[in-house]
Design a protein around this ligand. Structure first.
Ligand code: MN
Length: 734
């Protein structure tokens, strides 16, 4: 073991240095007395964390200082937030209590720190502790947005310094980040932080692809910079001639967004045209903003031909997250499309720092999209939803969606997410209007409730007092507000029916001479496999459960007890077993280990893939690839069910995977492909589907291979066949 020598004096110097850097970052917002407050918080944090170190061996205090610095510099928050960021871990990790904080720093700071302190959940296999935690955190959003902003700063610093964490922790944290924190940053308008979170998350969940794209980007860097300079020069000149003060430069797109494009369009790196965007940042007064932006637009499109489908005007109607900018895509001198973003210094600050910057410029009485959104979140959260996972799904959907603008009959403008229906619109105006809605007139034409609205539609809602919310409405509404209102109406209805069912059941049990008590009701609920006694009552009222079924229960009373216990101990048993030292890492392909596992069909892992195990309720352990589309959600919500997994080398086994092949159609192409696969490589083909359209050949082939090296070798050989232009592996066969 290496001996650890710590130079305490040098460390103490470094701490002071970092603290001074933090103070410099805070300077623009400092007012009288602020410096003392920050100093007091720093001293308390320094003292209470004094014996703690991070996984890297560094003093713990580096972390709160860094979080405070991000809050000040990258989000633009003020003194209260800096104080809270410095103290964000003391209540959770040290002996300092919330009362101590309140005494020293007042109520406001104490409330924010409380929001920042995680709840420790009890172990319940049927719920997700993480989902509950997320929900608690989101609840604070309604109270004070600063909690979320500091949480984002905390998460960003943890992601930047995750190298010393064990692999399973890295996966869990990275997944949570892509599942919730990045969308939240997006929704709050923090684009720079959102992009960095996505990139860092991908670096851990899909390291190979991340490194591959980073390398490719680096290879072409000089060439790209020459192109940008050449493209930008004439724009700069004319802007200058016309007296517009502006900075013009090229900005690389994030690795994650490039990868997303490759995946969505199934194209190789070389075919992604927008690896960068050109940004024009105009320095002007707030009254002249709009005119100057359009002047710049006119200059750009005089020089380069614009694509008429790609004009986005978020200057006239800002996005709901506060984003303002003018985007266009023009044809560059070498015949490729180039995206140009035009905005002012103020708009740029809002785009980078989001919420806090937005408030700085906010006029006292304007009600921006961001304020409306926070208002909406408050409404959703005030509606108690029993299932935290459901809630998260609804909430998340609202984080990333783009918005459309709809007019009321009186001409008021309502903002809705993309794909919103007439029914969403009704609920958006008022929940009673939604609940009694039977149809709508869109631009004076009668349409059904499920009609999808288009940007600019004018909508009038038609109601009936006889109408009540229906179960199938949930299948087409998209706003979290409509969803939660419908769900709570249905729940209320169910509760009423269940009340009747309860009385009916009481009578029936009496006739069977079964005592009506909590114990027996619980047994019955378990026997009929309902999630709650309310569901039992409901189904009795609906006639799903009758006397005959109740008699069956009487007969098998004995087995009920056993079933109940089995169910509850199932997951904790598996977790215990895995957590024992010898099972710390699940070895796949090693049959000496007597643990049930299966390879998940959603991503078809093969040896060599980066994988993890996930403990399911009924199917033992499922092996997923770490870049599986479902993995982020599983890991984010059920971190405690994750098992590290590793392949053992075993050549005889064959694993199913899919290849997507594109090429120029040619006589005998299919034969050549199958010859390489089955003859040269002796690989078994499970299925092959081929389509040919106007001379373009496209095929999907499911094959059995040994591992990733085997697969890569095969792909290399297939690529040498004349006519084939692209081969990509795909995850699932459905
Ligand atoms: Mn922290």
């Amino acid at each position: 073991m290496k001996e650890l020598v710590i130079d305490l004096e040098a460390e103490s110097k470094e701490i002071r240095k970092r603290y001074r850097a933090l103070l410099r970052a805070c300077k623009p917002t400092l007012q009288r007395g602020d410096k003392q407050m920050i100093r007091k918080a720093f001293d308390m944090a320094l003292d209470s964390h004094k014996d703690m170190r991070r996984k890297s061996g560094e003093p713990y205090i580096y972390h709160p200082i860094a979080v405070a610095q991000i809050a000040a510099e990258e989000i633009g928050l003020g003194t209260t937030s800096i104080v809270c960021a410095l103290l964000h871990d003391v209540v959770e990790d040290t002996t300092i209590t919330l009362d101590d904080i309140e005494r020293e720093f007042g109520k406001k700071v104490a409330r924010i720190i409380d929001g920042l302190t995680k709840i420790s959940g009890i172990f319940d296999p049927n719920s997700s502790i993480q989902a509950e935690n997320f929900r608690k955190m989101l609840l604070t959003l309604a109270d004070d947005v600063r909690v979320i902003l500091i949480k984002l700063a905390d998460r960003l610093h943890n992601m930047r310094t995750m190298d010393f964490m064990p692999r399973d922790k890295q996966l869990k944290i990275a997944s949570e980040t892509s599942y919730l924190y990045a969308p939240l940053a997006h929704r709050l308008g923090l684009y720079a932080i959102k992009s960095e979170l996505e990139d860092l998350s991908m670096k851990y969940t899909d390291p190979d692809t991340y490194k591959f794209i980073a390398k490719k980007l680096n290879e072409k860097k000089a060439e790209r910079e020459r192109f940008i300079q050449h493209f930008v020069e004439p724009i700069k000149e004319i802007l200058h001639e016309q007296g517009i003060k502006a900075a013009v430069f090229g900005r690389p797109k994030s690795i994650y967004s490039i990868w997303n494009k490759m995946r969505k369009k199934s194209i190789p790196f070389e075919e992604v045209y927008d690896l960068f965007a050109i940004r024009i940042i105009i320095d002007t007064s707030q009254e002249n903003e709009k005119a100057e932006c359009w002047k710049a637009y006119s200059i750009v499109t005089d020089l380069y031909r614009p694509n008429p489908d790609r004009l986005r005007d978020w200057v006239s109607s800002p996005k709901a997250n506060g984003y303002e900018s003018l985007h266009t895509t023009v044809m560059g001198p070498k015949g490729q499309w180039v995206e140009v973003q035009i905005r002012t210094v103020r708009m740029n600050e809002i785009a980078e720092k989001g919420f806090a910057a937005h408030w700085k410029y906010k006029e006292s009485n304007s009600d921006s999209g961001l304020d409306q959104w926070i208002q909406k979140v408050r409404e959703i959260l005030s509606n108690p939803e029993s299932n935290a996972m459901d809630f998260l799904d609804d909430f998340k959907m609202n984080l990333f969606s783009d918005e459309i603008f709809i007019f009321t009959p009186k001409g008021a403008l309502i903002q809705l997410p993309h794909n919103a229906t007439a029914l969403d619109f009704a609920f958006e105006i008022h929940s009673d209007l939604g609940a009694s809605c039977i149809g709508a007139k869109v631009n004076h034409k009668l349409v059904p409730l499920s009609h999808k609205l288009q940007n600019g539609d004018q909508v009038e809602i038609i109601t009936s007092s006889k109408q009540t919310p229906k179960e199938d409405w949930l299948s087409f509404v998209v706003t979290a507000k409509a969803k939660s209102k419908i769900k709570s109406a249905l729940k209320e209805e169910k509760r009423r029916v269940a009340e009747d069912g309860k009385e009916i059941l009481e009578r029936k049990l009496k006739s069977l001479k079964i005592t009506y008590n909590t114990e027996n009701i619980n047994k019955l609920t378990m026997f009929f496999k309902y999630p709650s006694s309310q569901d039992l009552f409901y189904n009795v009222a609906k006639g799903v459960i009758d006397i005959k079924n109740l008699k069956e229960f009487l007969l098998s009373e004995k087995s009920v007890e056993q079933n109940g216990q089995q169910f509850n101990s199932h997951i904790s048993g598996l977790v215990d077993k895995i957590n024992k030292k010898d099972y710390e890492t699940l070895l796949i392909g090693d049959d000496l280990q007597k643990i049930d596992y299966t390879l998940s069909p959603c991503c078809n892992p093969i040896p060599g893939d980066d994988v993890f195990g996930f403990i399911t309720v009924n199917d033992g352990i499922k092996i997923h690839r770490t870049n599986c589309p479902n993995a982020a959600k599983l890991m984010a919500n059920y971190g405690y069910r994750i098992v590290k997994a590793k392949w053992t080398s075993q050549k005889e086994l064959a694993f199913l995977t899919g290849l997507h092949i594109v090429g120029i159609d040619d006589v005998g192409l299919v034969n050549k492909i199958t010859k390489v696969i089955s003859h040269d490589f002796k690989v078994n083909i499970r299925s092959i589907t081929i389509s040919s359209n106007d001379g373009i050949f496209e095929g999907s082939i499911m094959i059995f291979v040994n591992d990733t090296a085997h697969l890569e070798n095969l792909i290399r050989h297939l690529k040498q066949i004349k006519g084939i232009t692209g081969i990509t592996r795909f995850d699932s066969d459905h």
